[in-house]
Design a protein around this ligand. Structure first.
Ligand code: FDA
Ligand code: NAD
Length: 434
């Protein structure tokens, strides 16, 4: 059992870790000062690729093609780049114990890592149907997607069950992106989710109606208002049927489950202040424990624009929060400070030939604009959310680069809206004028 000491440790090897390492490298770290510890076997990569390009039937994305930080047009940090920059990349190493008072981490193999400053970037883990006691949920080919090993299992199952039947449980991000990926791979796909429409976290009924019809036109079957209540398997243990709570059952060669995620904070329970399920931070991602920072999915931080504490499970924030924390750490060392984090929420998704972006807050009344006919070859429509007479959120499917920039501007500026009717009439030109 070894003991190693570092000035800085980034715990986690995902998106935030990659962007934090890039920021450290650009500010300058001495060899041996910084370690990245990850339970994954590969260097930090752009996780969004796993539910998109990684699953293409042809020309699929593979590492090293999508290591951080290519997703934002930054330098690609290959495994050897860490070494060249004097950063120790400690892979396939799960930390099983953290003692924040003693400033030490212990791995599953018993190795001890000491630090002066810790950045917690452990991200999220999937919720599992086995956690809810769903019968047969541990059958083979019932798959989840978070890390690259999970994505490899999905690829393996797609190849083994070519053109078979897939059931996708969940109507959120994973549900929509994986249903499309499986359909593109020629599977007979059925999506099942409990809500009255897909992606209720963000979509209004009107927005969801577009995506549901588009998916249906692509051959995806959608079953709403029920959940998977059990699974049966072949004698070899592979899933063959999904039972639904409403009494129906569906044949399945593969089941993909995307029923949400939870932040990985268990290592630090009782040692650090929490809020809204995440680790509470200030505007510099400092936690309640001195010299301990938390970034990405695990951080509950002050969202300055809204005067509210929020946790955000999206890639743009994981990148920016990591950069902010490192900038704050380095500035403090030089006796300086950085500006408070002033984040504009930004989410996006891509599936089939579709691509949407959302900026701001999806609260208040909403109104649709543009052409949301799913049968049009190039659908292009959007939505605004209006609260207290101001536009606070903006969404667009099929927007151009300039249009998406306009969405960001309008969500940031929060201009007054004359009326919902006027916004519908003006459409994207309302945002373009800001
Ligand atoms: P992230 O999950 O990236 O990294 C956490 C890392 O910590 C992992 O490497 C993990 O193994 C490691 N770790 C955890 N516990 C550990 C321990 N005890 N010891 C050692 N290592 C440990 N967002 C978006 O805006 N647009 C998109 O299109 C997508 N697409 C997308 C697809 C898929 C498949 C997923 C799963 C997620 C997305 N997201 C997304 C969300 C986005 O990827 C997510 O918000 C960021 O990856 C969060 O970055 P973090 O670094 O916080 O966690
Ligand atoms: P999600 O929260 O987006 O969706 C969960 C969905 O699960 C709900 O909408 C609901 O339809 C469904 N659900 C809940 N309980 C269910 C049950 N018992 N049976 C059937 N359905 C049930 O979570 P996700 O799609 O699993 O995504 C996981 C994580 O990955 C999230 O953090 C998400 O932000 C991230 N992610 C983001 C993107 C993106 O931003 N484009 C893409 C993929 C994943």
């Amino acid at each position: 059992m070894a003991e190693k000491s570092f000035k800085y440790i980034i715990l986690g090897g995902g998106v935030s870790a990659g962007y934090a390492a890039k920021e450290f490298a650009s500010q300058g770290v001495k060899p041996g000062e910084l370690a990245v510890i990850s339970k994954e076997a590969v260097a930090p990569y752009e996780r969004p690729a796993l539910s998109k390009g990684y699953l293409f039937p042809e020309g699929a994305a593979r590492l090293p093609g999508f290591h951080c930080c290519v997703g934002s047009g930054g330098e690609k940090l290959l495994p050897e780049s860490y070494k060249q920059k004097g950063i120790e990349l400690i892979l396939s190493t799960e930390i099983v114990k953290a003692d924040l008072a003693a400033k030490s981490l212990v791995s599953a193999a018993g190795d001890v890592f000491k630090y002066e400053t810790l950045i917690i970037a452990t991200g999220s883990t999937v919720l599992r149907l086995t956690d809810f006691g769903v019968k047969g949920a541990d059958s083979k080919n019932i798959l989840y997607l978070r890390e690259i090993d999970d994505a490899d299992k999905v690829v393996e199952a797609i190849q083994a069950k070519k053109g078979g039947k897939a059931v996708v449980v969940g109507g959120g991000y994973i549900g929509l992106e994986l249903s499309a990926a499986l359909r593109i791979n020629n599977f007979d796909v059925t999506m099942v989710f409990p809500e009255p429409w897909c992606m209720p976290r963000l979509f209004t009924a009107d927005i969801a109606a577009f995506y549901e019809t588009y998916y249906t036109n692509k051959g995806v079957k959608i079953i709403k208002g029920t959940v998977a209540s059990g699974f049966t398997a072949h004698p070899n243990g592979e899933v063959n049927e999904v039972q639904l709570k409403d009494g129906r059952s569906l044949e399945a060669d593969i089941v993909i489950v995307g029923v949400g995620a939870k932040p990985l904070t268990a290592l630090f329970k009782g040692q650090v202040e929490e809020d809204k399920g995440g680790i509470k931070t200030d505007a510099f991602f400092k936690t309640s424990v001195p010299d301990v920072y938390a970034v990405g999915d695990v951080a509950t931080f002050p969202l300055k624009m809204y005067g509210d504490m929020r946790r955000v499970e999206h890639v743009d924030h994981s990148r920016k929060s990591a950069e902010q924390a490192v900038k704050a750490i380095k500035a403090a060392e030089g006796g300086g400070a950085v500006e408070e984090y002033d984040y504009l929420p930004f989410f996006y998704s891509r599936s089939f030939d579709l691509s949407w972006q959302f900026y701001g807050d999806n609260v208040g009344d909403s109104v649709l604009f543009g052409d949301s006919n799913p049968s049009n070859p190039k659908p292009r429509f959007g939505a605004y959310w209006v609260q207290d007479g101001k536009v606070v959120g903006a969404f667009m499917e099929g927007g151009s680069g300039d249009e998406n920039k306009a969405l960001a501007k309008v969500a940031k500026a929060r201009p007054a809206a004359e009326s919902l009717e006027d916004l519908t009439k003006q459409g994207i030109s309302f945002a373009a004028k800001i």
